[in-house]
Ligand binder design. Structure first.
Ligand code: PEP
Ligand code: MN
Length: 345
């Protein structure tokens, strides 16, 4: 939409129309009481390149179409995206993914213990970080490749597919070898080189929303993965920065139904990082189910007091089965059953 200044006359309007027509867009002149607006329907890139802002009589150019393309539910013929991770369905209206595990792989024993606990409680996938993005460079950054190997062992023992964070393109081979789902952390949502490499890995990607990113920006980040030909992307709302400091971040629950309207991609909620407080994790997990999320990702630890990272938000492993049952009951109210493999383990 090109908004003309109140002073713009016929000649200026005609000049804008003529320039627009060189790109083949459909032009619609909309005279108003104070100003005239000119609608251009067609390729926004072509219009952007015309430099209309510099023309006489033009006040501003306002893009009306959505800035994200491949992630948009407006994309012609696009049904909601549904895919499987080792037999667990992600997306669609029928299933609810319960992704659980430690924040960080700290040791073989700790990871295998938690993996067994969450598997026994019916979890869909195991989460765990081997490469950790830490706010301080002096904090524990994970076990690296040794951590990935522990996750692979946990998968072999429990049958659960592994979700793990990819934070450096140098780790691409190791991540591609061990991850079933490649997690892009909040801090890397706009690391475009990383998104492109993740897109080329041909593995499902869990893309977390940046700490201060808008939903438009999240969907444009998803476009970076989708444009590499990788359709298997799930978005994750994990809380955003607001003026409120009582919780670690503010869980934007409205993001879930908004995303359901504007994108075909599945949406997962992370109540652990959003709240930073295990006492809030279950109510927020239930709320996520109620508001239409395709699943949740939560942190669990056998002994959270001793956790090397994010202990205060980790659910006690001994409480996890009850937690899973109650959240599953809420998901059932939303018409979803737990996403589990139909194949024999
Ligand atoms: C995580 O899932 O371990 C993590 C670091 O989350 P986020 O990127 O959302 O902070
Ligand atoms: Mn964490």
């Amino acid at each position: 939409m090109i908004v003309m200044t109140p002073e713009a006359g016929e000649a200026e309007i005609a000049a804008v129309r003529k320039r627009l027509e060189t790109t083949g867009v459909h032009v619609l002149v909309l005279p108003g009481e104070l100003t005239t607006a000119i609608g251009a329907i067609g390729d926004p890139e072509g219009v952007r390149e015309l430099g209309l802002e510099g023309m006489a009589g033009v006040d501003r150019v306002v893009p009306i179409s959505r800035p994200y393309k491949l992630a948009s539910s407006e994309l012609a013929h696009h049904e909601p995206t549904v895919f499987e991770v080792a037999g667990r369905v992600v997306g669609g209206e029928q299933t609810f993914c319960l992704i659980a595990g430690p924040c960080t792989v700290e040791s073989r024993e700790q990871t295998l213990d938690v993996a067994r606990t969450v598997a026994a409680a019916g979890a869909s996938m195991l989460r765990g970080g081997a490469f950790k993005p830490r706010t301080s460079p002096f904090a524990f950054k994970g076990l690296g490749v040794a951590g990935l190997e522990i996750l692979a062992e946990a998968r072999a023992q429990t049958g659960l597919p592994v979700v793990t964070e990819f934070l450096d393109t140098n780790h691409a081979d190791a991540i591609a070898q061990h991850a079933d789902v490649v997690q892009i952390g909040a801090r890397n949502m706009q690391n475009y080189a990383l998104l492109e490499v993740a897109g080329r890995m041909r593995k499902p990607v869990l893309l977390k929303r940046g700490l201060s990113s808008s939903l438009d920006e999240l969907l444009m980040a998803a476009d970076y993965i989708l444009k590499e030909g990788n359709e298997r992307v799930m978005l994750c709302e994990r809380g955003i920065r607001t003026f409120e400091t009582a919780t670690r971040f503010t869980l934007d629950l409205s993001a879930v139904p908004w995303l359901k309207l504007h994108t075909h991609l599945p949406v997962i909620v992370d109540p652990s990082h959003a709240s930073g407080d295990r006492r809030l994790v279950e109510p927020l997990a239930r709320a996520a189910a109620a508001v239409g999320a395709d699943g949740i990702i939560v942190e669990v630890h056998e002994d959270p007091d001793e956790a090397l990272c994010d202990g205060p938000q980790a659910l006690y492993a001994r409480d996890f089965a009850g937690f899973a049952d109650r959240v599953t009951a809420h998901a059932a109210l939303a018409g979803r059953r737990l996403s589990q493999t139909s194949r024999a383990p």
